[in-house]
Design a protein around this ligand. Structure first.
Ligand code: SAH
Length: 196
């Protein structure tokens, strides 16, 4: 079946960078995601001043939403173009600096200090570098991870969250034999085995 063949498929880092270069970013939601609004209370659970993580963040506008609510946002994204577009599209001044622990990586931070975007592969991060988080917004992240890297991704995410954290995961329910993406099919049973 196609689900079987998806397991072998990979989207390479170069292919992601190329998508950004070509403006082939249909996944980006200009207006933000309605499900974050809907489940905001679940994410925040009455708490303020949280540290929220955006894995595979792209230029998700939800990062601006949460920062404006007083939370501290950390994202990770391969594409430097995506990261720079995020700051410029929201007219946010920022500075960039190298990340001493990761060769070639850069961290872009808003001058107000509440949004930090790491430009590198998520697999280069650890809680030693970015600390632990109270909340995660995973939209277009787990479903974009190559099937062969899912276990590694889930273990890393589990390692990056505090005990009392909330993890919002956006999944898409569809017949994988009829649709190719977005970009990978993640069956519910697998989500359960990955995250317990
Ligand atoms: N979460 C965002 C973007 C989803 S698309 C949104 O909701 O709009 C997936 C993004 O992950 C792409 O921007 C791609 O460049 C990035 N990406 C893919 N593999 C990555 C990796 N290993 N580390 C960091 N970012 C990655």
């Amino acid at each position: 079946s196609d689900v079987g063949s998806q397991k072998e498929r990979v989207v390479t880092e170069e292919e992601w960078l190329q998508k950004w270069e070509m403006g082939n970013i249909g996944f980006h939601k200009e207006q933000g995601h309605p499900l974050l609004q809907k489940y905001l209370d679940v994410l925040l659970n009455g708490r303020s001043g949280l540290r929220i993580f955006f894995p595979l963040c792209g230029k998700a506008v939800e990062m601006k939403w949460l920062a404006d609510m007083g939370h501290s946002v950390v994202g990770v994204e391969l594409s430097e173009q995506a990261v720079k577009d995020f700051f410029s599209e929201h007219s946010l001044p920022y500075y960039e600096e190298p990340v001493p622990e990761i060769s070639g990586a850069k961290m872009f931070q808003s001058t107000s200090g509440n949004i930090s975007l790491y430009c590198c592969s998520i697999y280069d991060l650890s809680s030693f570098i970015v600390g632990k988080f109270d909340g995660v917004w995973d939209r277009g992240a787990l479903v974009a991870v190559n099937p062969c890297d899912r276990q590694r991704y889930a273990s890393l995410m589990i390692n990056l969250v505090e005990k009392n954290s909330s993890y919002l995961l956006v999944t898409v329910s569809y017949d994988p034999n009829k649709h190719k993406g977005p970009p990978f099919y993640v069956p519910e049973s697998e989500i359960k085995s990955l995250f317990g």
